[in-house]
Design a protein around this ligand. Structure first.
Ligand SMILES: C[S@@+](CC[C@H](N)C(=O)[O-])C[C@H]1O[C@@H](n2cnc3c(N)ncnc32)[C@H](O)[C@@H]1O
Length: 333
């Protein structure tokens, strides 16, 4: 998400150089895994068909600078950005349980075409580059009029369909306390973002009793940013996604961990979780936060084997029992 911060103290970006895996477990049996490195590469090392639900917010197209080589979001074209995302999401699909769901929060970018750096957010360091750098979206010559919204979220959603995902809902996350946009003098401020809900197959698990609202979710931005991460999504948004689409003790995935909202929300709501993040600083921060939840270091082999063990509550979970005809079974008379 893009919270457009009003705070000034921001984690300074740094380079990313290691590529370790960190495993954690609690006495309750819950576990967490944190993979440090490039998302597409790291996900390839995980087993297939294991996660009940994935929830993520990837870097948006040329909206922030996380300050290291290899970060996603700084591709030369929208097509290249989408291709990079698809490389990650193909792996999300492979690792997702056949009845799993994927919630993708993604925002748009404007094509300015002015030949000048565009926009400013002096109080937010990861957006400061907007004042200095001419991005591909600032260069003229695109086949759409200057000042156009590009429509990145729907382009991504269509690409996902082409890769075999079923698009089941385009949830509007109404950011009820969204900031004003200082450069938007001749259009409404952006108050909402999309959360697309995809399934891996037509038959998937879904606990309707846990749905708080239908397809407009009114959830405020959380101002107390963890790790001074100014693109964190709110834990209430994550909580809803995992309660709808995973059994208690089920397995949750986030391919772009950031400050760890998905990791912490999953653990606090009795789920196991694995996430990938490339920034050294966020990895350090999230490690501390996991330990703060009372989990202790375990080997990666332990996490790998726990991941292959489904929740014992799967059979009794409403989301599994009530809603769907399973692939290969006959419709009840
Ligand atoms: C929008 S933020 C995620 C915020 C997160 N949902 C939260 O609540 O804090 C996107 C994250 O993706 C990370 N990232 C960017 N490119 C990456 C890549 N190629 N592999 C792994 N992580 C990457 C960035 O460092 C950033 O922390």
């Amino acid at each position: 998400m893009d919270t457009r911060s009003s705070e000034s103290a921001i984690l300074e970006p740094s380079s990313s150089h290691t590529s370790a895996n960190f495993g954690y477990a609690a006495t309750s049996g819950h576990f967490a895994g944190l993979l440090h490195g490039n998302s597409a590469e790291k996900l390839r090392t995980l087993p297939s068909d294991v996660f009940n639900v994935a929830v993520t917010s990837p870097p948006y197209y040329w909206v922030r600078d996380y300050g290291y080589e290899g970060q996603l979001g700084h591709e030369e074209s929208v097509d290249a950005y989408i291709e990079a995302l698809m490389e990650v999401f193909d792996e999300v699909k492979r690792t997702l349980h056949p009845e799993g769901a994927f919630f993708l929060n993604i925002g748009d970018t404007y094509y300015s075409g002015n030949g000048q750096p565009h926009g400013s957010d002096p109080k937010c360091s990861s957006r400061n580059f907007l004042r200095r750098k001419v991005r591909p979206v600032d260069v003229s010559g695109w086949d759409i009029p200057k000042k156009s919204m590009i429509g990145v979220p729907w382009k991504v959603a269509f690409a996902m369909q082409q890769r075999g995902w079923t698009l089941r809902s385009s949830i509007i996350w109404n950011r009820v306390n969204a900031f004003v946009e200082p450069t938007a003098r001749d259009r409404p401020y952006r108050q909402y973002e999309f959360v697309f809900m995809f399934s891996k197959s037509r038959f998937y698990s879904f606990d309707r009793s846990k749905l708080v609202e239908e397809d407009v979710w009114n959830i405020p931005i959380e101002r107390n940013r963890r790790a001074k991460h100014n693109a964190a999504f709110p834990s209430e948004l994550v909580r809803r996604c995992i309660e709808i689409s995973s059994p208690p003790n089920g397995h949750v995935l986030d391919p772009f961990v950031g400050s760890g909202t998905t990791i912490l929300t999953a653990l606090q709501n009795h789920r196991n979780v694995v996430g990938v993040e490339m920034s050294d600083d966020y990895i350090d921060y999230v490690q501390g936060a996991i330990e703060g939840e009372g989990l202790e270091s375990v080997s990666w082999d332990k996490v790998d084997s726990l991941l292959k063990t489904p929740s014992a509550l799967w059979e009794s979970w409403e989301g599994n029992r009530l809603n769907f005809r399973k692939p290969g079974t006959k419709k009840k008379e």
